[in-house]
Design a protein. Structure first.
Length: 65
């Protein structure tokens, strides 16, 4: 990102950018906050839940092991 004066003000990391379905974003966010207390409760409170899709994701990617 560049300011109006031409100075670099930030860098956007596009490494994991892509077109993913909503349940994929939910699954990644669900595990992305594992270090936070009760993160899964916040996820379920503020975002649509995809519990079935999360279960399939866990099985497919070995998150349950």
């Amino acid at each position: 990102m560049v300011s109006d004066e031409g100075r670099i003000t930030g860098i956007i990391d596009w490494e994991y950018a892509g077109w993913y379905p909503e349940y994929w974003e939910y699954a990644k966010a669900y595990f992305g906050g594992e270090w936070k207390t009760n993160w899964s409760l916040w996820m379920d409170k503020y975002f649509p839940s995809y519990h079935y899709e999360l279960l399939v994701h866990n099985i497919a990617y070995g998150a349950l092991t």
